[in-house]
Write a protein that binds this ligand. Structure first.
Ligand SMILES: O=C(O)CCC(=O)C(=O)O
Length: 300
């Protein structure tokens, strides 16, 4: 499912489209104008081994040649609910999954947001970690999920929480990072906006039974932040949990630019990051924030 303003699977060289200029800064292109983004809504099933899925995803990334930015979903290597696989499959950022994605980013010649994987950090703690790769395949930024899902189970029990909100000034706009359950915490997104975020990238492994929340919250974050929102979810079923699908690109006015269905699908859209400044200028609600209000009295 995609709006008439979008194309799907189109090929082409970055910088060759009308209405887009290309400058150079530190060896990397600075893009202005229309930016092509592909969200790969992967189906994650129990019967696909990690190494096969990594190979398959590398090929899917390469097939998006012409995209400036490709985005993958949360925990696609292991499964967002495959808790029993996490400790054995956890990797450092110098292990095969990130290496394979670096090679794919180089072949793509574009930016790759790897969704997330279970990272084994140097202190042996596990994190749900996103990695942004530049078109040379080098790590440009990482983000460790701050809000762990599961209350007393799952992530809350098995992994450590990230502590640092992350933004990254990509050539086509400043990216703000979040992962899945983070979407429910608007205060994180305010921090990202205050740090310059214009395009919020939110990989997810969201259960189908709460798909209404996913769709609503993606639009809410876009409206309140006056930013593009790229929500890239998984499809399929693993560990008896049906995944939501419905990856979405929402513009800074809150309109859905494109939305995937329930199955594996690549959603390709052209966005214009200059829209963020336009919306913020023409309807300047962010300026009316009241940051100095007194803290509420303690309850009780
Ligand atoms: O918040 C939700 O409903 C889903 C969150 C989730 O599945 C996750 O963060 O992995």
């Amino acid at each position: 499912m995609s709006s008439p303003a979008t194309g799907s699977g189109a090929l082409g060289q970055p910088g060759t489209r009308p209405g887009r200029s290309r400058l150079t800064s530190g060896g990397l292109a600075v893009l202005r104008g229309s930016v092509r983004i592909s969200l790969i809504q992967l189906a994650v099933h129990d019967d696909e081994p990690l190494s096969e899925r990594v190979r398959r995803v590398g090929d899917l990334v390469r097939a998006q040649r012409g995209a400036d930015l490709v985005v993958l979903p949360e925990l696609w290597p292991h499964g967002a609910f495959a808790y029993q696989r996490w400790a054995t499959e956890a990797e450092t950022l110098d292990d095969p999954t990130v290496h394979a994605m670096s090679a794919a980013a180089r072949d793509l010649g574009g930016w790759l947001h790897t969704g997330s994987l279970i990272e084994r950090a140097s202190d042996l703690q596990l994190y749900n970690c996103s990695v942004l790769l530049d078109p040379h395949g080098d790590i440009a930024a990482t983000y460790r999920k701050i809000h762990r899902f599961g209350f007393t189970e799952g992530e809350a029990k098995l992994i450590s929480a990230g502590e640092e909100p992350v933004t990254y000034p990509a050539p086509f706009g400043t990216l703000g990072f979040a992962i899945c359950y983070d979407l429910r915490f608007p205060e994180l997104f305010r921090l990202l906006v205050d740090r310059g975020a214009e395009i919020l990238v939110i990989p997810a492994g969201w259960p189908a039974r709460r798909v209404a929340h996913w769709r609503l919250l993606l639009q809410a974050r876009a409206v309140e932040c006056q930013a593009y929102v790229l929500g890239c979810a998984t499809a399929g079923e693993h560990c008896e949990v049906r995944m939501s699908g419905h990856s979405m690109v929402v513009d800074p006015w809150g309109e859905i630019v494109a939305e995937a269905g329930e199955d594996e699908e690549v959603l390709t859209v052209e966005i214009d990051p200059a829209r963020v400044a336009e919306v913020r200028r023409d309807f300047p609600v962010l300026r009316d924030r009241r940051l100095g209000l007194p803290a509420p009295a303690p309850r009780g």
